[in-house]
Design a protein around this ligand. Structure first.
Ligand SMILES: [Ca+2]
Length: 350
């Protein structure tokens, strides 16, 4: 666990393959959590991004914990800045790198010339591929990591585009979670097939593309390992609005996770999802933990395929693109337009 790649691998890959843990889900559930009758926001509030035209300078906002627009990734695109992310996955079934490109909103290019590409291809017997980047937001690898305690309430916004020929296949997308480094043997965020995550000192929640396998009818939804999910697999939440994701188009994805109270223990955790500033999911009444030291300390942008078909070759891999990642203590919202540099409508891009 001494270097970054090993830490990432241990959590997300070796755990799955070497230990025989199968990350695949058989169902997205949907019935494990009760939807609150509380008010449901129709759209995102003006967020931090409204104050930073084209995201310029947003990394310096007092509420921002981390930001990366991939502009400073060097060389062939696989050399991340030292102060960005914790690890980048390297293997023979995929590649993760910055490539040329820009987010487009309403047909207009946004600021920037580089985006992150995660590409995966079929690799024979394993049949799939994985790739991605991760960041430790608190002490995750061990109590001596020097990263602090982590967070209890966090927003993560990123831009996402599936390449034009993308067809729905099972995978795990953007994982957010926590691992209790004070608990001996606590599992790594991403370990699936766990009925009782609290007993194993972790939780995680993915935002994943869903849809009939092989189709382009895609939407994004949660796949959450919270304490009260039913069975060994993740819980999907009900949609306030199911928003279609079209391959070839950029979308602003923002997720919010607020952990539950523990003194006393309450089911008052929240997960929310906005697409292009529009609220798609709002799940209240969640419990992620029993102890206060278990906090959010891990985030990854990841592709993790199960049974990736042979048609996806190294020359023609599955490709997913990301850009303008911001992690903050407050709602961030979509990129504000360049003109005037001021308060932009959250939905103006539409
Ligand atoms: Ca960029």
């Amino acid at each position: 666990m001494k270097d970054e790649k090993k830490v990432f691998a241990a959590g997300m890959f070796i755990a799955a393959v070497v230990s025989g843990i199968i990350l695949i889900s058989t169902s997205f559930g949907g019935s494990g959590s009760k939807q609150s009758e509380a008010k449901k926001q129709k759209s995102g509030l003006p967020g931090i991004a409204a104050n930073y035209a084209q995201d310029a300078g947003i990394a310096g906002d007092a509420a921002v914990i981390f930001a990366d627009d991939f502009e400073l990734w060097k060389g062939d695109g696989t050399k991340k800045p030292d102060d960005k992310w914790t690890s980048l996955r390297v293997n023979n079934s995929g590649r993760t790198r910055a490539v040329g490109g820009t987010v487009k909103i309403g047909g207009k290019k946004c600021r920037g010339q580089r985006i992150l590409e995660i590409a995966n291809w079929h690799t024979g017997s394993a049949g799939g591929g994985s790739g991605g980047i991760s960041i430790h937001l608190g002490n995750y690898a061990g109590s001596d990591e020097g990263l602090g305690d982590g967070y209890e309430d966090i927003y993560i916004r990123y831009y996402l585009k599936f390449y034009e020929d993308y067809k729905a296949v099972r995978n795990h997308g953007a994982n957010l979670g926590g691992r209790d480094v004070t608990q001996e043997g606590a599992r790594w965020v991403g370990q699936a097939n766990t009925p009782d995550v609290a007993a194993h000192g972790y939780f995680f929640s993915g935002v994943q593309p869903r849809g009939p396998r092989g189709s382009q009818d895609i939407h994004l939804g949660f796949y959450s390992y919270h304490m009260d999910k039913s069975g060994p697999w993740g819980d999907g939440y009900d949609f306030i609005r199911k928003i279609t994701i079209k391959p070839g188009r950029w979308y602003c994805v923002e997720r919010h996770m607020k952990l539950n109270s523990v003194n006393p223990l309450k089911a008052d955790g929240i997960e929310e999802l906005w697409i292009d500033g529009e609220l798609s999911v709002q799940q209240e009444g969640l419990r992620f933990r029993k102890v206060p030291q278990l906090k959010i300390n891990f985030f990854s942008l990841e592709n993790y395929y199960h049974g990736l078909p042979e048609q996806y070759t190294r020359q023609n891999p599955v490709r997913v693109y990301f850009d303008n990642v911001v992690i903050a203590r407050k709602y961030i919202g979509p990129i504000a337009p360049a003109e005037k540099g001021g308060r932009a409508s959250a939905n103006k891009k539409k």
